[in-house]
Each structure stands twice: as structure tokens, then as C-alpha cells.
Design a protein around this ligand. Structure first.
Ligand SMILES: Cc1cc2nc3c(=O)[nH]c(=O)nc-3n(C[C@H](O)[C@H](O)[C@H](O)COP(=O)(O)OP(=O)(O)OC[C@H]3O[C@@H](n4cnc5c(N)ncnc54)[C@H](O)[C@@H]3O)c2cc1C
Length: 422
């Protein structure tokens, strides 16, 4: 998949080949007071608020070494510019994997993935990068190399800088090296699919699955026309119904047991014919679940039409009611709810963008805030729409603490300026 043209105002781009060269580059930028934009595979540069400050790109494309892979300890240390595809290939040789999903894996880098902290359908069962990153080396905004965590799973106690860096969108430091915990690749993977007639049926199946004896890896609720072309969903073309997709992974025996158990549990709830898919058909659907909303903005077509993608984070118990509100507000939307984790991704295409922004702010922001959630804009073809308020939603109460913390790492405000809520 193509990477997007950089929406960042870059005057020049440096490609340091070692952490020492990253230090040198950042120190030169500090001397010149030039903003620094860390660049990985450039697949997610449209994410974050728009910035006008011209500065230097700092590409990690030459930081791709596997530093240490003690497979028996189930950890790996790699440089931050390695792509997810390369990382997977290295781990697959030992039948291991990083259990976090990634879209555009041949371009997306580990550093970029950690900086944006995206997670996919397997988040419900496997957790997020915060559960797998055990060590990070990085260069802060003064050009100082520092290390957080370590290379072993049991680290000494102290401030957990790794968790702080994950999801900080490159505003605290440029990551140069990462140590990860990894897991064995599951032997079997099945997706269970049910068509649902109504929101209330969705509600009852979702509450039942929380009490289920099975341990799903993914619980996804889908709706809208974006899913209608998928043969695996056995689509009727009816874009008004919901579909529930549940991922089951583990050993062959575990998955066989869970499949049978889920069939029985759903039967008592009146679900007569769930479909179970595996192998190639399941792989295609897994990938679509991972890729939803990740299409590069550049491929969205005419610039007056929006390819608007936003993400709601809400308590899992509010997922269905918020999905209903999204449907009422944007009947043309397609969406995917990571129902077990309280995440709703909404994608709207081929609508004039100015028609979308007002209802987003007037209807959804207050509803999401009322349940203690957050609404973040992921993607829009119109860069001006990425104001901070729209990109990140209303500022949270802890913003003053966050600002203070950020100044400790980047006193001159040179790392990705203007792209985060501060
Ligand atoms: C709208 C959108 C939604 C997506 N949703 C998902 C999803 O749900 N699940 C999923 O798996 N994938 C998702 N992706 C894809 C995937 O997350 C990104 O492709 C990947 O995380 C970014 O990697 P990259 O190397 O291309 O980073 P880039 O696009 O190059 O950079 C992304 C951000 O990270 C910073 N950065 C990059 N490298 C470093 C570093 N070494 N140190 C510090 N900061 C750094 C950059 O400054 C930039 O702000 C999405 C992509 C987009 C555009």
C-alpha cells in the first residue's frame, strides 16, 4: 500500500544511520532551533493536528538492525526503524510473533507504531504495545540519549518511561531502539460471525460474551456498506444490520473447544446459525478488521470530499448506544466497534467535508464526554480541519501536568511541535 505524501512542512530530511547520528542530528536542530519531525514509514503522518512550523524530517529508515534476539527468553531488541513485516519475518523463523496488529506492515515501522500506539482487533485478548514494550532507547529534545526499561522481562522498579513514550506521537523523544516481549504464534485461529437484527440483540450478545466461558481474542461489531463486499461475511447487501465477529485463537484443542462452547452459548440466546471461518477466508477478514480506517488520505479522491475517520473511546457498556448515535448522526457512515475494548472507529467517505464537522462537534463530542470518553480525529483530506480541538477533542483536565512533563523532555519545544494536544 502506498505511503501518503508528507503533510509536514519539511525543509530537509536527515537519515541518521546510528543512535549516535540521531544524537548529532537532534543537537544540530537544537542549535538551529529547527523543529524535528521523526519519520518512520510515513503511513500515519496524517494523524495528529496540522502544523505550520517548517522543520527537519528525521527518518529512521537506516535504523533497521536486529540488535539481539534471545528467542528462548521470548524477547527481541531491534532498532526503531525496522518495519513490522521485517520484524514478523525474523520472529516467524522461531514461530514467535508480536501479538499486536499492524496495518501497512511492509511500510509501518516499530517506532511509528509505538509513537501512535494504534492497536487492532486482537487488543481485547492480547493487549496493546504497552503490554509488550519492555525497553526503549531514545533521544530527547536536547539531544541526550536515554534508556527506559531494559532487555529482560523482570525490570527494576522506578518510573515507567516506556509507557510514557508509547502513544506520545514523537513529542517527547525520537525512539532509536526497542526491546519487546514476544509470544508463540497460535496454532489455530477461527472467526465466528453472527448477523444481528437489532441494537438490542447486539447488546445482549455482547453482555453474554463477557460472561462466556470462552476467552476471545477479538470482539468486533460491524455495520455499514464498507463491509458489504466481503464474501466471508456472506453479505446480504443490507447495510442496516450489525454483524458480530468474534476471534478465537490458541492451540487446535483450545480453539475447537471454544468454537463448540460458543455455538452452544449462542444457541441458548436464540442464535441458530453462527458461521465459523478459518484459514484463507479468516485471514482476509482479520486483515480487513486490522485495516479499517487506515486507508491513506491521499487515496481518498477529490479534496472537497472527505475521507473522514474518527475514533471514539467509551466504556464498553456504552458501545452499542454510541454506535446508534453515530448511525443517527451520520447515516452514511460505516463503522467497526472493538466492542470489548470500548473503541468505535467511524469512516465516512464521499461526503462534502464541511457537512461532517458540525455534527461531529455538536452531537458526538458532548455525548462521548458525557460517558467519560474521548473523540479523536484520525484522518481527513482537508488538513485545515485538523485543528487541535477537532483532532483531539476537548482538552483533558490533566493537560497542565502533561505540558510540564513534555517540557522536561523537550524544553525547546522542537519535537513534532503543534501535532499533539499541547
Ligand atoms: C488514520 C490511521 C489509522 C490507523 N489505524 C491503525 C490501527 O488501528 N491499527 C494498526 O495496527 N495500524 C493502524 N494504522 C497504521 C499504523 O499504525 C501506522 O502505519 C504505523 O503505526 C505508523 O508507522 P510509520 O512507521 O508509518 O510512522 P510514521 O507515519 O512515519 O509516523 C507516525 C508518527 O510517529 C512518529 N514517529 C515515527 N517514528 C518515530 C520514532 N522512531 N520515534 C519517535 N516518533 C516517531 C512520527 O513523528 C509521526 O508523528 C493507522 C494509520 C492511519 C493513517
Amino acid at each position: 500500500m502506498a505511503t501518503i505524501a508528507s503533510p509536514l512542512p519539511l525543509s530537509t530530511t536527515y537519515t541518521p544511520a546510528s543512535p549516535a547520528e540521531v544524537v548529532e542530528t537532534v543537537r544540530s536542530a537544537v542549535a538551529a532551533r529547527a523543529p524535528i519531525y521523526p519519520l518512520g514509514g510515513r503511513t500515519a503522518l496524517g494523524f495528529g493536528s496540522a502544523t505550520k512550523a517548517s522543520g527537519w524530517g528525521l527518518s529512521t529508515e537506516k535504523l533497521t538492525r536486529v540488535v539481539d534476539y534471545p528467542a528462548r527468553d521470548m524477547t527481541i531488541t531491534v532498532e526503531a526503524g525496522i518495519t513490522l513485516a521485517e520484524l514478523r519475518q525474523t520472529l516467524a523463523a522461531e514461530r514467535q510473533y508480536l501479538p499486536v496488529d499492524a496495518s501497512q506492515a511492509t511500510e509501518a515501522t516499530l517506532g511509528g507504531l509505538i509513537a501512535v500506539n494504534f492497536s487492532g482487533p486482537r487488543r481485547f485478548g492480547n493487549g496493546t504495545l504497552r503490554d509488550y514494550v519492555i525497553g526503549i532507547s531514545a533521544v530527547d529534545g536536547t539531544g541526550t540519549l536515554f534508556k527506559a526499561g531494559g532487555r529482560v522481562v523482570k525490570n527494576v522498579a522506578g518510573y515507567d518511561f516506556c509507557r510514557l513514550l508509547i502513544g506520545s506521537l514523537g513529542t517527547l523523544a525520537v525512539m532509536t531502539q526497542v526491546t519487546l516481549k514476544v509470544k508463540p504464534i497460535p496454532a489455530a485461529s477461527v472467526l465466528a460471525i453472527v448477523d444481528l437484527d437489532s441494537a438490542s440483540q447486539a447488546e445482549s450478545l455482547l453482555s453474554a460474551i463477557i460472561d462466556s466461558k470462552t476467552t476471545p481474542t477479538a470482539i468486533e461489531l460491524l455495520a455499514g456498506h464498507a463491509w458489504n463486499d466481503l464474501a466471508a461475511l456472506n453479505s446480504t447487501g443490507d447495510s442496516t444490520s450489525y454483524r458480530l465477529v468474534v476471534g478465537l485463537e490458541g492451540t487446535d484443542a483450545e480453539v475447537e473447544w471454544m468454537t463448540e462452547r460458543l455455538r452452544q452459548e449462542w444457541k441458548t440466546l436464540g442464535v441458530a446459525e453462527p458461521r465459523f471461518i478459518r484459514d484463507a477466508a479468516a485471514n482476509e477478514l482479520w486483515q480487513r478488521l486490522i485495516d479499517f480506517g487506515c486507508t491513506p488520505a491521499a487515496s481518498a479522491g477529490a479534496s472537497d470530499k472527505a475521507n473522514l475517520v474518527f475514533k471514539l473511546n467509551v466504556p464498553p457498556s456504552r458501545v452499542v448506544s454510541l454506535c446508534e448515535l453515530v448511525r443517527a448522526t451520520f447515516p452514511q457512515a460505516s463503522f467497526l466497534a472493538r466492542a470489548g475494548s470500548g473503541i468505535i472507529l467511524v469512516s465516512i467517505v464521499e461526503t462534502a467535508s464541511h457537512e461532517l464537522v458540525k455534527p461531529l462537534i455538536q452531537a458526538l463530542h458532548p455525548a462521548v464526554a458525557a460517558v467519560g470518553g474521548q473523540c479523536v480525529l484520525w484522518q481527513s483530506v482537508v488538513a485545515e480541519e485538523f485543528t487541535r480541538q477537532l483532532a483531539w477533542g476537548p482538552l483533558r483536565g490533566d493537560i497542565a501536568v502533561m505540558r510540564k512533563l513534555q517540557r522536561q523532555f523537550d524544553p525547546h519545544g522542537l519535537l513534532n511541535p503543534g501535532r499533539f494536544p499541547w
